[in-house]
Design a protein around this ligand. Structure first.
Ligand code: ING
Length: 315
C-alpha cells in the first residue's frame, strides 16, 4: 500500500476551517485552536494542514481604522513572533506541513509595507514558501453606505511576489488568497507553471450592502470558482474558510477539497472549527495535463494578448 501511495504521489491533506475569531479574542487563544486542529489532523494521518486567510485575527478590514497603531495591532511584525511560536513548536512536534494566512507587516527599503500573506511551513518549522494577495477586493476609503466596510485596498498593498509554485511533498504546490480564487488568471498562471495543488484561505462575508446577492448564489460562486480552477488547470484545490459570525458580520463556510476533475471530494458542514481530510492522489492531475488541458498542444496564446493589457478598449 505504501508503495502505491508513494508511486501515485498520494498526500493526506486536512482543510482546517476556523469558526469566528472575535476582535477581543487573544492571539494565544486562537493559536490554541489552531494547535488543537493540528493534533486532530495528525491523529487522522494528515501530512499537510491548510488554514484560512487571516487565521490569527478577526476580519479587521470590516472596520474603519484611522489610527496607525490600532491598525498595526492586527498585523504580525515577525513570523513566528512570541504569540505564534507555540504554533511552530506544534508543527515541529507533530511533523506536519502547514499553510496559513496572516496580516504581514514588513519594512522594505525603510518603508513599512502591509500585505495579506500566506505561508507554507515544513515539518522542521521552517517557512519554505510565501505568497502575498494580489487581487484585493473592496474599496479604499470609508463608505458610509456600508453596514460593514471592506477596506482591504486601504490596509494592504498588492502582493509583490507573483504567483509562485514550489516543489513540496512530491508535487508542485501553489497558493492564493480569497478573492484571488475568483479570477481565472490566478489559476491559469499557476497552471502554466505546472501546479498540482493550490492552497487557498478565505474570509468571505455572506452579505454586502452595496451588492446584495441571494445567499444561495454567493455559496454557489464560492464552489464554482475553485471547481472551475481545478478542472481547467488539472490541479487539486484546498479552499478553507474562516466562518461564522464575527462581531455581527457573518462569514461564509463551505470549505472544500476539490479534485483535478473539478469534483468536491470533501466539504465542511458547519460554520465552526472543523477539520475535513482527503487522500489527494497527485497523479490524477496527469490525465488532464496530458490530454484535455495539454497547454502546449491546445492553447492559442497568440489570440490571448488582450488578457495582459491594462486598457481593454484598444482594438
Ligand atoms: N473576501 C471576499 C471574496 O472574494 C468578496 C470579497 C465578498 C467578494 C463577497 C465578492 C463577494 O471572497 C476577500 N477577503 O477577498
Amino acid at each position: 500500500m505504501l508503495d502505491l501511495r508513494k508511486q501515485n504521489r498520494v498526500i493526506s491533506i486536512a482543510a482546517a476551517q476556523l469558526g469566528p475569531i472575535q476582535p477581543t479574542d487573544s492571539r494565544s487563544s486562537v493559536v490554541d485552536r489552531l494547535v488543537g486542529l493540528l493534533e486532530q489532523a495528525k491523529s487522522k494521518g494528515s501530512e499537510l494542514v491548510v488554514f484560512p486567510e487571516l487565521a490569527f485575527t478577526t476580519f479587521f478590514p470590516r472596520y474603519e481604522i484611522t489610527d496607525e497603531a490600532e491598525l498595526d495591532y492586527w498585523f504580525e511584525k515577525e513570523m513566528p513572533g512570541e504569540e505564534t511560536r507555540p504554533l511552530f513548536a506544534a508543527i515541529q512536534r507533530l511533523k506536519l506541513s502547514v499553510n496559513f494566512g496572516y496580516a504581514e507587516l514588513v519594512p522594505e527599503a525603510g518603508i513599512t509595507r502591509r500585505y495579506n500573506t500566506s505561508i507554507l511551513i515544513n515539518p522542521n518549522g521552517e517557512i519554505i514558501a510565501k505568497y502575498r494577495k494580489i487581487h484585493l477586493p473592496g474599496h479604499n476609503e470609508f463608505d458610509p453606505e456600508r453596514s460593514f466596510q471592506h477596506l482591504e485596498k486601504k490596509y494592504f498593498e498588492v502582493g509583490n511576489l507573483g504567483f509562485p509554485v514550489w516543489d513540496h511533498l512530491g508535487g508542485k504546490l501553489g497558493m492564493c488568497i480569497c478573492n484571488d480564487r475568483r479570477w481565472p488568471e490566478t489559476f491559469r498562471v499557476l497552471g502554466l507553471k505546472g501546479v498540482e495543488l493550490v492552497l487557498i484561505g478565505y474570509n468571505t462575508p455572506t452579505h454586502n450592502a452595496k451588492h446584495p446577492e441571494p445567499p444561495h448564489r454567493r455559496a454557489f460562486y464560492n464552489h464554482l470558482c475553485v471547481q472551475a480552477g481545478a478542472y481547467q488547470n488539472s490541479t487539486w484545490v484546498v479552499s478553507v474558510a474562516k466562518s461564522g459570525c464575527e462581531d455581527g458580520q457573518d462569514l461564509m463556510a463551505g470549505s472544500c477539497i476539490v479534485s483535478p476533475h473539478g469534483e468536491i471530494v470533501a466539504q465542511t458542514s458547519s460554520s465552526k472549527d472543523e477539520l475535513i481530510v482527503a487522500d489527494c492522489d497527485l497523479s490524477l492531475c496527469e490525465d488532464g495535463k496530458n490530454n484535455m488541458f495539454n497547454f502546449s498542444e491546445h492553447r492559442c496564446p497568440e489570440e490571448y494578448s488582450i488578457i495582459t493589457r491594462a486598457n481593454c478598449d484598444e482594438d
